[in-house]
Design a protein around this ligand. Structure first.
Ligand code: GLN
Length: 553
């Protein structure tokens, strides 16, 4: 069954609804990883959206894990959670923040999921009699997933993780090649992101790595239509001609992708060079005006703010900043809305002790305590929170950060000196405890409380003042919660339980009354902060921090 479509482009054909055809853009990467394929994809997606097309982006990750949920943040960076509770690659965060859309589990597929599906089918006997092979069975399953949104969007962007030439990427490239052939050349486009290094000793840029990377791509039968060349400085026409000539791409389709002051400027840099026009032309799409006014106003607020504010980020993965990607971006959005540059002071929670906490937290206008798992760095987080509470420094605790705030309050205000989370130490004062629904869970992958859940806010609270709404939806990723046995005691001692699950059973938000801004949330608000609009709690936290900074100036 083809999906039911309600677009104005839908045609009635012999009385039947014919779905609009989708165009497919494949994005591959070469030479080396970390060139910013996710941001390039999100940027192209935004431009196409601002031309009036409906766009979605899917990420294909060639690793064998079913999802990144069980990976160490040091390895993989942040795990991005969707509304429907999928634990996905952090590039989905870029897509959502740029395109202002909510994605689903279908927007991220891994080799692990693909193999798992095929092998399960084999066990059920669905291939009975056949030898199950990478081609066609694995590639067919990849293609099926690549077509999941066909007919539902004008443009489907498919980013293929890893670097061309990796053994793992092979089935994905083969599936892409086949799919492009199936849907026809005028409905598909290959964009290849490469690197053109400047070699100081030679005093020139080198195109050879790009040539090799494109050659590898062509071995798989894929001819790139557009090359995006990451480079430190402008590539002049001669170089682009050379790259084009040796890579079999016309010069006007060879683009430089320069470092930007902010990632949010990348779409505008692409548009300035006419990348959007070429994409539309090659996909035979009608060109309409590109509407970037709101976006460019946002970018100029990011680049030229009037004020500055310093936020202390207390976490244990601070050596690998990608672990907190969405938090950092949410602070950028909130900064722009508050007309302030947000400077970060990174604080390793494992190093924070009672006798050095004021030194670690000196000069910060607000303190954000990060999510996390496991006991390392917990005491440092609790000490930092006590410092924030006692010194009236705006405090924002996210997930584990909120749980630590409850422990701190229990220990130092509510008279429970041994208060702890049973995640770290089981005792009689476990103010944070494993959720009932988690008690029989043994598998690690995909078994936390994941995805979107509603909460109801107290009208008089800071949370309500930020959201301006009594009912909210936020994304979750946790196994532990505030232990309801201690709820009354904590509340009697002044901890405000300002957000609850609608059935009243689960504490979603805690805050303090007699403090400029002290809020802890069991969910991950950073996952819903979008460029331009930001997130109410981040905006409110940065505002309170800025107020403190201006008062102290
Ligand atoms: N480890 C805590 C839990 O599982 C917090 C998780 C988090 O910060 N995302 O509840």
């Amino acid at each position: 069954m083809r999906p039911h479509i309600t677009s104005h482009r839908t045609l009635h054909h012999w009385g039947r609804l014919v779905p609009k055809s989708s165009k497919f853009i494949f994005i591959t990467g070469g030479v080396l990883s970390s060139l910013g394929k996710g941001i390039a994809s999100a940027s192209i997606g935004l431009l196409l959206k601002q031309h009036g097309f409906s766009v979605t982006v899917q990420k294909f990750d060639p690793y064998i894990n079913i999802d990144p949920g069980t990976m160490n943040p040091f390895q993989h960076g942040e795990v991005y959670v969707t509304d429907d509770g999928a634990e996905t690659d952090l590039d989905l965060g870029h897509y959502e923040r740029f395109l202002d859309v909510s994605l689903t589990k279908q927007n991220n597929a891994t080799a692990g999921q693909v193999y798992f599906d095929v092998i399960s089918r084999e066990r059920r006997g669905e291939y009975l009699g056949k030898t199950v092979q990478v081609i066609p069975h694995i590639t067919d399953e990849i293609k099926r997933r690549m077509r999941a949104f066909e007919g539902k969007f004008d443009i489907i962007m498919l980013e293929i993780g890893g670097t061309v030439g990796d053994i793992e990427s092979l089935p994905f490239l083969e599936a892409a090649r086949q799919l492009a052939l199936d849907v026809g050349r005028s409905n598909s486009l290959f964009v290849h992101l490469t690197y053109v290094p400047y070699i100081r000793s030679a005093g020139e840029v080198k195109t050879k790595p790009t040539q090799h990377s494109v050659k590898t791509l062509m071995e798989f039968g894929i001819m790139p239509d557009i090359l995006l060349c990451r480079a430190e400085s402008k590539l002049d026409k001669e170089i682009r001609e050379k790259i084009g000539m040796f890579c079999n791409v016309e010069e006007r389709s060879v683009f430089e992708a320069l470092d930007a002051e902010t990632i949010y400027e990348v779409p505008m840099m692409f548009a300035k060079r006419g990348l959007d026009s070429i994409v539309l032309e090659k996909l035979h799409l009608r060109k309409s005006a590109l509407k970037m006014d709101t976006w460019s106003r946002f970018v100029s607020r990011v680049k030229n703010p009037k004020h500055a504010v310093t936020i202390g980020i207390v976490g244990k993965y601070i050596k690998y900043k990608d672990s907190y990607k969405s938090i950092l971006e949410a602070l950028v959005h909130a900064g722009a809305i508050n007309n302030a540059r947000v400077d970060l002071k990174w604080i390793d929670s494992e190093l924070v002790l009672e006798d050095n906490v004021s030194e670690h937290l000196s000069g910060v206008d607000g303190i954000l305590v990060c999510p996390g798992f496991g006991s390392r760095g917990i005491e440092g987080k609790i000490t930092a929170i006590q410092h924030a509470r006692e010194n009236n420094i705006p405090f924002f605790g996210i997930c584990l950060g909120m749980q630590c705030a409850v422990i701190e309050y229990a220990r130092n205000v509510a008279g429970l000196p041994n208060a702890n989370s049973s995640e770290f130490k089981k005792n009689k004062e476990n103010v944070i405890d494993l959720m009932h629904s988690q008690r029989d869970v043994t598998d690690k992958g995909g078994t936390m409380r994941l995805g979107k859940y509603p909460a109801v806010l107290k009208k008089s609270s800071k949370a309500y003042a930020a959201y301006k709404s009594e009912r909210i939806d936020e994304r979750h990723r946790h196994r532990y919660e505030v232990n309801n046995e201690f709820r009354d005691l904590l509340a009697a001692k002044g901890l405000v339980l300002s957000g609850m699950s609608p059935d009243g059973k689960l504490v979603e938000i805690i805050e303090l009354k007699d403090h400029p801004w002290f809020v802890g949330v069991q969910f991950h608000p950073e996952l819903k902060s979008r460029a331009v609009t930001g997130h109410p709690l981040f905006v409110s936290f940065v505002k309170a921090s800025l107020k403190r900074s201006l008062e102290n100036a």
